[in-house]
Design a protein around this ligand. Structure first.
Ligand SMILES: [Zn+2]
Length: 190
């Protein structure tokens, strides 16, 4: 994800403020606020608000996320921070991290935030996804996402579908072929 300067400075500041809150509520490890970089993408990707890249401690935010209110911002960042500190995608460890954050939020008196985190976990039970939906999502991502390399796109689609990457590959063994076909039909980007 490339850094884009198109988000207003005020919005970017709000997100960094929410990051402080997310770390405090979710984890209580203040050094994280300087370790994590937020990237403000100007390209929309349907159905995705935020993504993270583990090695770089980056959280990418997509334009739809700009409309979020403060509680939703904190919740979204807690969701991504839980990915940064656990293996896999929305598996058991991620859920455990989220539920711990929900408990901590409640203890600190943030009841609405706590409820939002719990609902997010419930939403991420594995969905049934059919080949047409995956194809449509893949097309959208290859057209609009800042990156189109296979592993990035695969993680993004798996995440969208609510699966871990390994499970996703087992469930959709035809995915690499589809990726190649769709990429070949799209015009090269300038
Ligand atoms: Zn996620």
């Amino acid at each position: 994800m490339k850094e884009q300067a198109t988000w207003p400075a005020r919005r970017r500041r709000e997100w960094y403020k929410s990051l402080d809150a997310a770390v405090e509520v979710g984890f209580g490890e203040p050094e994280w606020t300087t370790k994590v970089t937020l990237i403000f993408s100007s390209r929309p990707v349907l159905g995705i608000y935020a993504l993270c890249e583990k090695q770089d401690w980056c959280i990418g935010l997509f334009p739809e996320a700009a409309k979020m209110g403060s509680t939703r911002r904190v919740e979204t960042l807690i969701h991504e921070l839980c990915h940064l500190t656990t293996a896999g995608r929305h598996g058991a460890r991620w859920k455990l991290g989220m539920l711990r954050a929900a408990t901590r939020a409640q203890g600190l008196g943030h009841r609405r935030l706590s409820e939002m985190i719990r609902l997010d976990v419930e939403d991420y039970q594995q969905r049934e996804v059919d080949v047409l939906e995956v194809t449509a999502q893949l097309e959208l991502m290859l057209t609009y996402a800042d990156r189109s390399d296979y592993s990035w796109i695969r993680s993004a689609v798996a995440d969208w579908a609510g699966w871990g990457v390994k499970e996703f590959e087992q469930e959709y063994p035809w995915f690499p072929l589809l990726y190649r076909d769709i990429r070949a039909t799209l015009r090269p980007r300038t």
